[in-house]
Design a protein. Structure first.
Length: 367
């Protein structure tokens, strides 16, 4: 399963610039006027993973398939979008099924770039967007409450359970809080999963800062204000510069390394964003590796070996017999999967085995 991230934010905060940089494309128009992104832009990028690179370099397979991330960039939202101000929130349907939301927040000063609210205030900007998302989700919850009412009156047990969850979420949203503040457990989340509430998804703030302070973003009062706000709400903030990421996106690997070094950066913002999203969602990567193909797969933390096999093909899960597992670090230590196996590092695991990040696996199955 590929990680999907939706990108939201006010107009003119650098959303399209960052989207183009992250996806190394020029599909999203970036201009100094509001609402220049009308149709959603979708970009798919490879997940940077040196473990995958190592396996490919040592095995030399005929085919190499990395894990991927899909970014979806929609039109900028403005205050009143839920009442059809600007382009309204009709484009939110494009990000309702993503796994995580990347909220691009402007934290750079530039008098040549128009701010839709007139002056720069990252915390206010975040609150504007989140209120619009709350109002959009509130409408969806209210519609489901109304459609569920008839079943509740007939004493349908499932409908009554659903009503309890909907009531809790409705009250939270009505208070102007994100649905995540409701504190639903996993069973309750499953009951309303089909609603695809945006405010129930994990959020990461991407603070678009000045190029000159990328090595020390806390020099910016705008960034520190956003950071304090995020910490109060247990949210993640990643500082990056749209300008720098744009420059990096057109460089060769060698040029990129040199440019990063000159800025005091270890890696592009893309790597940081993907790693943060994986961590937030509890995603693990496992590998299948052989002469025909080396491939990276994604599972959620806690997935069992049969569930991981099912990510490859449902038949693998149905007919699961066992998993032959070698930890990636053992392969790196001994130089190859074969040498690691010779050293007794391959384990035979059954249906109860819980997958670990970096497992290199061969599944035995029978259908």
């Amino acid at each position: 399963m590929a990680l999907q991230c939706g990108i939201v934010g006010l107009p003119n905060v650098g959303k399209s610039t960052i989207f183009n940089a992250l996806t190394r494309s020029h599909g999203a128009e970036a201009a100094n006027y509001p609402f220049c992104t009308i149709d959603p832009n979708v970009g798919v990028v490879e997940v940077p993973d040196e473990r995958f690179d190592y396996l490919v370099e040592t095995i030399h397979p005929k085919s190499a398939v990395p894990a991927t991330v899909e970014f979806v960039d929609i039109a900028g939202l403005v205050k009143g979008a839920s009442n059809n101000e600007g382009l309204g929130n009709k484009f939110l349907s494009h990000i309702r099924n993503v796994d995580a939301i990347l909220h691009v927040v402007r934290a750079f000063e530039d008098e040549n770039v128009i701010h839709v609210a007139g002056e720069l205030d990252p915390v206010r900007d975040v609150e504007i967007i989140e209120l619009e998302l709350i109002l959009a989700d509130l409408e969806i919850v209210e519609n489901r409450m109304n459609s569920n009412l008839k079943r509740v009156k007939s004493q349908d047990k499932e409908a009554i359970k659903l009503k309890e969850v909907l009531d809790k979420v409705f009250d939270t949203l009505k208070e102007g809080k994100m649905a995540t503040a409701t504190g639903l457990d996993d069973k309750e989340k499953i009951l309303i999963k089909d609603l695809s509430l945006i405010t129930l998804k994990p959020f990461i703030y991407l603070a678009n800062i000045e190029e000159s302070i990328i090595d020390n973003p806390e020099k910016s009062r705008h960034y520190t204000a956003l950071l304090q706000y995020a910490r109060k709400n247990s949210q993640t903030v990643i500082p990056l510069s749209g300008k720098i990421e744009s420059e990096l996106s057109v460089l060769s690997d060698e040029e990129e390394e040199e440019f990063l070094g000159s800025l005091g950066m270890k890696e592009p913002g893309l790597n940081v964003v993907i790693r943060a999203a994986y961590s937030l969602l509890g995603y693990y990567t496992f590998f299948t590796a052989g002469e025909k193909e080396v491939r990276a797969w994604t599972v959620t933390k806690g997935a069992t070996a049969p569930e991981a096999a099912g990510v490859i093909h449902s038949d693998f899960q149905k007919g699961f017999i066992r998993a032959e597992v070698i930890a990636f670090e053992d392969i790196r230590t001994y130089g190859s999967d074969k040498k690691a196996q010779e050293k007794g590092k391959m384990r035979l695991e059954g249906k109860e085995y819980v997958m670990q990040d970096g497992d290199v696996v061969y599944f035995r199955f029978n259908v």
